[in-house]
Design a protein around this ligand. Structure first.
Ligand SMILES: [Zn+2]
Length: 124
């Protein structure tokens, strides 16, 4: 069974193969965010799976790296710390390396989702 799920983190929809039920947690195949299924009918509705912020961003970063085949560099812990700080201050995981706290800069940021890592060899 094919289900289309809207991800409120990367603001795109992805296709999920298989059965879904309310309460189930699935991973966005675009950004790696974990989403909890709220409703299946009439349409699939999902929202960010609420967990402790550090756990959430670590799992998202690990999922995203696995999805894209990326590896972390020695700055990983510093960046995770920065992301948790930004979450505490501004309510979401805005990139600590970027000035603007806008949805496009929520980790993994839009450029990174658009394959910037392939071009630059690393994320911003
Ligand atoms: Zn997503």
């Amino acid at each position: 069974m094919k289900n289309k799920i809207y991800c409120e983190v990367c603001r795109l929809s992805f296709v999920y193969q298989g059965e879904l039920k309310p309460g189930q947690v699935v991973m966005c195949s675009i950004c790696g965010a974990e989403l909890e299924i709220n409703e299946v009918k009439p349409e699939v509705d999902a929202s960010r799976f609420l967990q402790d912020p550090e756990t959430e961003i670590r799992r998202r970063a690990d999922n995203f790296a696995r999805l894209r085949g990326y590896i972390f560099n020695e700055d990983k812990e510093l960046v995770i710390e920065g992301l948790v700080d930004k979450h505490n201050l501004y309510g979401d995981f805005y990139c600590p390396c970027r000035f603007e706290n806008i949805p496009e800069n929520v980790c993994p940021c839009l450029e990174t989702r658009m394959n910037e890592v392939r071009k630059l060899g690393h994320c911003y």
